[in-house]
Design a protein around this ligand. Structure first.
Ligand code: HEC
Length: 156
């Protein structure tokens, strides 16, 4: 049996490491929040599910005159968490774990289908405070908001 001792030790070490990184929920701190944010990013590597996979913004991004289409809707529904610059620092963002996403980063990382899915279904699958807007906003309103975010936050 002794020959298995190193393996058992390795397993114990692996579990201890896993526990440490999962500790974010116990006591929020900057480090914990960062840990949760990192965990988030890997969760967000998730494949966009049906029926969202082939969705594309019907407004496109060729016409700058459409840039403000969703401005009022963004202010009304998103600003208090994601902030006026999209950086995740709205008045109701503080202390949330997982932390409120920076939409500038989301612009660079994700395509329209991912955006639509996340706004439509919210953060339930990620144990987050991101609300599901499926019952609150029409599909058209969601695309207007996405158009606004795409034009006003980091270019993608
Ligand atoms: C109550 C706070 C809150 C409100 C209101 C809110 N969000 Fe979020 N949102 C979050 C949190 C927290 C996350 C990060 C966790 C997650 O992905 O679920 C997030 C994540 C996201 C993501 C995924 C980002 C990524 O990189 O994966 C998008 C896109 C997004 N929000 C857009 C919006 C838009 C657009 C609105 C308005 C229609 C909105 N959110 C309203 C809290 C909020």
């Amino acid at each position: 049996m002794t020959q298995f001792a190193p393996l058992a030790l390795l397993a114990a070490l692996a579990m201890a490491t896993a526990c440490t990184s999962a500790g974010g929920a116990a006591g929020p701190s900057v480090a914990d929040a960062q840990g949760a944010a990192d965990a988030d990013l890997s969760a967000h590597g998730a494949t966009v599910p049906e029926p969202y996979t082939s969705m594309q913004n019907p407004y496109g991004y060729a016409d700058p005159s459409l840039a403000n289409l969703g401005a009022g809707l963004y202010t009304q529904h998103c600003n208090h968490c994601h902030g006026s610059q999209g950086s995740g620092d709205g008045t109701r963002a503080k202390g949330r774990i997982p932390v409120v996403s920076d939409l500038n980063a989301a612009n660079l990382e994700h395509q329209d289908n991912y955006w639509f899915w996340r706004i439509h279904q919210g953060g339930k699958a990620f144990q987050s405070a991101m609300p599901a807007f499926a019952e609150v906003l029409t599909d058209d309103e969601i695309w207007r908001i996405i158009t606004y975010c795409r034009w006003h936050f980091s270019n993608f």
